[in-house]
Design a binder for this molecule. Structure first.
Ligand SMILES: [Zn+2]
Length: 107
């Protein structure tokens, strides 16, 4: 989350990279170095959904097939583009049982 202060100086906020934890100044979710890794992971993830996706496949299986870490996978699956994909929430201990996402899958 980021908040812009209106009416003052245009201050670039320091954010913490969602991937490596490094502080950086940007308006995206991850730092510059991780942005490339994110893009590579996302293309693998999209490829996985396009080629191997079976409804109800667990995050553990996706993680094992794509090599994407559980933490990153959780972050990507929160993206709007994956909103229509149903993934059981049970295996990473999120406490949310089988959250069914509504929407259209557009890959
Ligand atoms: Zn980073």
């Amino acid at each position: 989350m980021q908040y812009k202060i209106m009416g003052g100086l245009n201050t670039m906020e320091l954010k913490r990279c969602a991937r490596c934890g490094k502080f950086y100044a940007s308006d995206v979710e991850v730092c510059h170095e991780c942005e490339k890794k994110d893009l590579a992971d996302l293309s693998k993830l999209k490829g996985f959904f396009a080629d191997n996706y079976i409804s109800g496949v667990s995050k553990t299986e996706i993680s094992a097939s794509t090599g994407i870490s559980a933490r990153n996978l959780n972050r990507y699956l929160g993206y709007e583009e994956f909103a229509g994909i149903y993934i059981p929430e049970t295996d990473f201990g999120t406490g949310v049982e089988g959250k069914k996402a509504e929407g259209k899958v557009s890959l």
